[in-house]
Each structure stands twice: as structure tokens, then as C-alpha cells.
Design a protein. Structure first.
Length: 327
């Protein structure tokens, strides 16, 4: 079933009157309310809104589709975009078979394609770099442990949907393990698999605390919701002083406006949550649309462009995410 979200005609504030305008279609992975993307806390709506905002100063008209995480819908959306004769198609979809069919359809129509997070034929790909992101988080924890707990029994803990074999999770975990072991290659690593259910964090952490009453814990939470749940579990167990946490995603659940009192905040520098590695799904439009325009103008673009991940902490959060309600 075709899932056309809408057609947006946006004025280009910085474009000259004679500059050519392009029609670009973006097919999102899903617009289902509350559904999160890329093993982070970001939603499809946030990704789409980033395209809307980024397009305001570009000579583009946008057509939006919702792939609904469904192969048939993704193919129908691609077919509609071909019939519309859009100038370029941006595909965010996870099924390799459907993506190959989409690539063939646009190749036959001679319409260029950009891919997000999952390959679509030989189209240029914009993607999260889960290995690097994991390493950033793991190294931050390892450096903290080396400074704070030199003589202690230190355990690295990976908690979250560890068994998820998709969404870049295996690569994120590998990067984490490499980062955690950067200073001490023999560091013990414990995996706590929530199977995607943060409600299990309290039980999993509680059992670990009971089994390791004297250990210091470097906790790598695979998403921010899990990071916050891990903090609550450590607090309930009376072990806040024995742990440090890094999350992944840096969505608004862990940072926020000046009045939100979120975990990562300049006034909360003593938190055991050291930070969260940013994935910037809420800024995809700002990175992907300029790539699309370069393709349309006949410029060469890299075959793969990776997200520039960064650890967001209380010290830099307002530089990376200035609060909308700060006066």
C-alpha cells in the first residue's frame, strides 16, 4: 500500500530567482508514532522534520513517503516516485531484497538515488558509523576508570538489546569492547541482554550488583533509555559511587531544554552518566540534502559518508544542542 506522507513546497531563502529547483523524494523507514530508529531513541518524525528544516534554504521541493518497515510499501512508494519523475530519491529502508528492487527501478528510470543507513544498489550511502560510535563510548569509560579506579576490580558492562543482529548493534558492541579494552586489554566484559525491553534493566543490574559486591562498573548502555534505567537501578542498589555510564543516541530523553532538568546538563556535572554518543538522526536532513544537491549538479560524492559521532557531556551539550527555551 502506498504511504505518501505529503508534498512540501518550501521557499528557498538563499537561492537566486533563476536557480533551478529540484523535486526530491524521501522515503522514511517508518513514521509509526513512538517507533524508534537505528537502535536509538529517535523517531521517524524527528528524521523527517530535519529534512523539512534543512530544505528551507535550499532550492528543493520535498515529497515524503512512509515505508512502514514493509517491503511491499517500500516498493509501492518507489513506484510512485518514479511515476512522479522526481529528480532524486532518498531511500531509508532495511530490507536488502526490497532495496535491490528499488535500485533497479530507479536505474531503469535514470533517476539518481541516495541511501540512508542501508545500501541501495550502488547508490551513495549516508550511514551511522556504529564501530566508531561504540569505540568513542568505550574509550570514554575506560579513561574514566583508569583515572578513578586504578587499583580496583573494574568490570565493563554492556547493557541493552545485545542480541539484536540488526541496526548496527553488533558493530556498536564490537566498538564498545575495543574501546573498553583500550587501556586494559584483559578487562572483563559482561553482557546484559534486555532484548529491547528497558523494564528488564533493574533485574539484570540487580543480579550483577549482588554477584559483584566490590567491583567498579563501567556501564555502556546501548541506548539512552537503557542508560537512564541503569542509573536508576544502580541508585536503588546503593551503588552510584561504584559505576559510570555512557549512553548512545543522545536523544531528548537524556538532554533537553534549559528548563527540562535532563541528565546531561551543565548544572548536573556530578552525574554518573558521563555522556551519550550523539547519532544526530534529528539532523540527517542537514547532511543528506546537500549531498543530494551535489549529485543533481553532477558533482562527485563519496560512495559512503559517515555520521560524525561525538560524546555529548555536561560540558558541551549546550554547544551541540542549544536549548530552545534558553533566554
Amino acid at each position: 500500500m502506498l504511504a505518501l506522507v505529503g508534498v512540501l513546497i518550501v521557499g528557498s531563502l538563499g537561492a537566486g530567482a533563476d536557480e533551478r529547483r529540484y523535486t526530491i523524494a524521501f522515503a522514511n523507514l517508518t513514521e509509526e508514532p513512538g517507533a524508534t530508529l537505528g537502535a536509538t531513541g529517535f523517531t521517524g518524525r524527528e528524521v523527517r522534520e530535519s529534512f523539512v528544516l534543512a530544505a528551507r534554504r535550499l532550492p528543493v521541493d520535498l515529497v515524503f513517503y512512509d515505508n512502514r518497515r514493509d517491503s511491499r510499501t517500500a516498493l509501492d512508494n518507489a513506484g510512485d516516485a518514479v511515476r512522479r519523475r522526481v529528480d532524486l530519491f532518498i531511500e531509508y529502508f532495511h530490507e536488502p531484497g526490497a532495496n535491490e528492487a528499488v535500485a533497479r527501478a530507479f536505474r531503469e528510470a535514470r533517476i539518481p538515488v541516495l541511501a540512508i543507513n542501508y545500501p541501495v544498489g550502488d547508490a551513495p550511502l549516508y550511514a551511522a558509523d556504529n564501530v566508531t560510535a561504540g569505540r568513542i563510548g568505550g574509550e570514554a569509560l575506560a579513561e574514566f576508570g583508569a583515572r578513578a579506579w586504578q587499583a580496583a576490580d573494574v568490570i565493563g558492562v554492556v547493557v541493552g538489546a545485545v542480541s539484536n543482529r540488526h541496526d548496527g548493534v553488533p558493530e556498536r558492541v564490537q566498538g564498545l569492547v575495543d574501546g573498553l579494552r583500550r587501556r586494559q586489554p584483559s578487562t572483563r566484559i559482561v553482557s546484559l541482554d534486555t532484548q529491547g525491553n528497558p523494564a528488564t534493566v533493574a533485574t539484570l543490574i540487580g543480579k550483577l550488583l549482588a554477584a559483584q559486591p566490590k567491583a567498579k562498573l563501567l556501564v555502556a548502555a546501548l541506548d539512552d533509555t537503557t542508560a537512564l534505567a541503569a542509573k536508576s537501578a544502580l541508585e536503588a542498589g546503593g551503588r552510584l559511587a561504584d559505576a559510570a555510564i555512557v549512553g548512545f543516541g543522545c536523544d531528548r530523553s537524556i538532554h533537553g531544554g534549559a528548563n527540562d532538568r535532563k541528565e546531561i546538563d551543565p548544572s548536573n556535572r556530578g552525574s554518573i552518566v558521563l555522556g551519550s554518543v550523539a547519532f544526530y538522526l534529528d539532523r540527517y536532513g542537514y547532511d543528506v540534502l546537500p549531498l543530494a544537491l551535489r549529485v543533481l549538479r553532477g558533482e562527485r560524492v563519496p560512495s559512503r559518508t559517515m555520521t560524525a559521532h561525538k560524546l555529548i557531556t555536561a560540558a558541551n551539550v549546550f554547544r551541540e544542542y542549544p536549548p530552545y527555551d534558553m533566554q
